[in-house]
Each structure stands twice: as structure tokens, then as C-alpha cells.
Design a protein around this ligand. Sequence first.
Ligand code: PHE
Length: 452
Amino acid sequence: MSQTGNNERAVFATRFGAIATTVGSAVGLGNIWRFPYEAGIHGGGAFMICYVAFVFLIGIPLLCAEFAMGRGTRSNIFGAYKKLRPTHNWHLAGYIGILASLLILSFYSVVAGWTVEYFISSVFGNLNFSDAEAGHRLFMELTTGWRPLEWTIVFLALNFLILIGGVTKGIERASNILMPLLFVILIAFCINSFTLPGFGEGISFLFHPDFSKITPSVLLGALGQAFFSLSLGLGCMMTYGSYFKSDNRIARTATTTAVLDSLVAVLAGVIIFPAVFSFGLSPEAGPALVFEVLPFIFSHLVGGGVWSALFFLLLFLASLTSTVSMSEISITYFCEEKKWSRRKATIVSSLIALAGGVLCALSFGPLSHMKIFGMTAFSLFDYVSSNICLPVGGFVCSIFVGWFVDVRFLRGQIKMHSTAGRFVLRLLVFCLRWICPMAILLILLNSVGFIG
Ligand code: PHE
């Protein structure tokens, strides 16, 4: 990113940089940790087919809408709504985005902390085991008690230092190299999956949809996962869009981001499920799934310790590029709307996330009995942000761009420096007007039991 002459806002220097940074925000624990566990508890293939449908029918159109709003107004989520419709209260959607970003940051930091634990264990050779019980015991040992609190704090402190030190650029540059490396490693692990005895069973679990298993909760889970994984519905992609240059082809950037992001999730699934069935584990292990299964895969690989250390290090860095992007939402709000200094905005946002992070970190140990609606703080924060706040934010955005903003605005943004034809534009407007809001509304209502 570089500063433009008389304009305060930064812009991405190159088109590649813009794509790499949006992919950097999208690819993270959502793909590698959350996708397999959500697919596992929601029946595999049934979840997968809904997820892919939502990425294409809802995700890509909404990415285009968020990018267009950001670049067209050069503002954060509040400013974007206000500039396009000054007389109404649409900008209140920004508060949903801030709430979601802080909730996500809280539990995300805990899981990022686990990756540090696993990285350290790999370096010291403690991840080498061959029975399912041992994997479970290690996960419990590392994630219960007070221990995760330390790593959550360390992770949030690192995130804070990156934000305050303005080294975001360094992180971006590093991720331009490290993300492709993560991709290569995932492909290598995928190839290894072919050799496992449970390959066929794992693949059929993930790709063979049993339509009778598509329930309201599967639909909601897949919708929430699509939003979470694409960093959608909270203004994150809007803020990134505001840094795009005018030669950025929005529709293409949106499609590339969605395809790469989904590819990483599918690769993660192809790695995890064959191993689950080969080693006699359960796909329904929830948040523990990936952390219990991966060490198994590593202990069956030549040089497993090195693979495992490298993998957890890259996963940790992928989490950082995501948390840096989600932190920007509340920081830009405080800076641009409340006129706070960046320092104060960063400190306040980080302290709020820290308070949430403490609750989530202790959810598996000392605070495991503290439940609201039957969920621990960790599960509640995840559920409320991914399955409620993000879809609601996306619903508001699609209605806004589809119905309340002059269609020439969207057309202008999409057509800028692009050869996107009439068909693409019509399809996009149709999705934003009808498919996105109706699908989101139906799924949300259905899951609270109003209909169906
Ligand atoms: N998309 C990120 C991931 O998959 C998480 C994220 C959500 C990042 C919301 C920014 C905003 O890990």
C-alpha cells in the first residue's frame, strides 16, 4: 500500500498486491480450522454443496457490492453508507460490523494461540503419536486450564504491535510469499491423502451429498461459513475496496478471491477427512477436529516434525493477516468517525478484544461451566458473529446496493477498466436484488423456527 499525493487514504500499489491482500484476509483459520469442523458436524457433502452454492450465489455478488461501495466512496463502512444515502440510517449497519469484528477477534485469537502451542510442540517433537487417545489428550492438555490464556494474550499483543507499528505493509509483503507456500504445502498433504486407507471414505463423506441431510442448521452453518471465510458482511472488504485503484477490475478480483479461498477450504477438507476415516476418528469432533487429526498425518510422514512446524507457522501467519484486517474495522471507525488518534483507536479496540479473548480462552477450562443459551463464550461468540451478524450485515448491504443506490453506481464501478458485459451486470444486479436478500432472510427465519 502507498499513500496518494493529496489524499490521506492509502491505495494498493499493484493489482496483484490488492488481490494478495484480500486473499490474505480471506484465507486463514476459517478455511483450515473452521471449514473442516463445520463440514464434519453438518454431514460433509450436504454442507459442502450448500457452502459452494452460497459462495457463488451470495459471496461473489456481495464481494462486488462491498468493493464497489468502498472504492466508490473511499470510506469505511459508516462513511460508505452515509455518502451514498446521507439522509437515512443505513450506516447503523456499521455497528453490526464492529460488533462482529470484535467478537471474531476474541475467539480467533484463542485458536491462533493454539497454533503457536502446536508449532512449539512440533519443534520439540511432542506431536509424534499414533493413537487417537493421545491426540485427544494432547489437545485437552494444551487447550484447557489457564494455559491458552497466555497464548491468546501473546497473539493479541503481536496483532497490536503490528497495527500500531504500521508494519502491516511488512506483513502483507511477507504474506505474498508465505501464502503461496502454504498453498504448496496443502497440495503436498493432499497428495499424501491419496495414500491413506480411508481416502475413498473421506472423499465420499465430503463430496457425496446426502440431500436428506440438508436441514435449517446445515443451511445456516454453510451460510455463516461462507460469510466468515470470505470476510464478508462486516465492512472488511469494503475497507479494502476503498484502497483499490481505479484500474482494479472489481468483478474479477471478487471472483479470484472467492475461488482461491474456497479452494484452500476444499484442500483442507481433502487433507482432513481421509485421515479422519483412516485413523478411526470421528468427523464430529468440533473445534478440536483439525488439531487432533493433523498431528496424526504428520506422524505418518517422513520428516513429520519439520512439516508440522512449517505448517503451524504458516497457519499462524495466515491468522495474523486475517486478524490485522478485522481489527481495521473498529480502528478506522474510531479514527474516521470519532476522530481519535490511530494509537488510541488501536489501544481501545485491542483492549475490548482482550476482554473477549480472556472469556473465550478460558471457555475450555475454568469457564467451561459458564454457559449462555447452552453455549460457552467461545461458541457463543462464534455463533453470534458468523451465523447472525455477518448474514444480517450482508442482507443490509445487498438490499442497499440492489434497491436503494442508483444502479448506475454499481454499473460504473464494475465496468471501470473492465470488459464485464451486460450479462454479468444483469446477473449481478439480479443476485443483489433477489437471491442474496431472499436466501439470507429465509435461512435466518428458518433457523429460528418461524417457517418450515
Ligand atoms: N476470513 C477469515 C478466515 O477465514 C476470517 C475473517 C473474518 C477475517 C472476518 C476478517 C473478517 O480466517
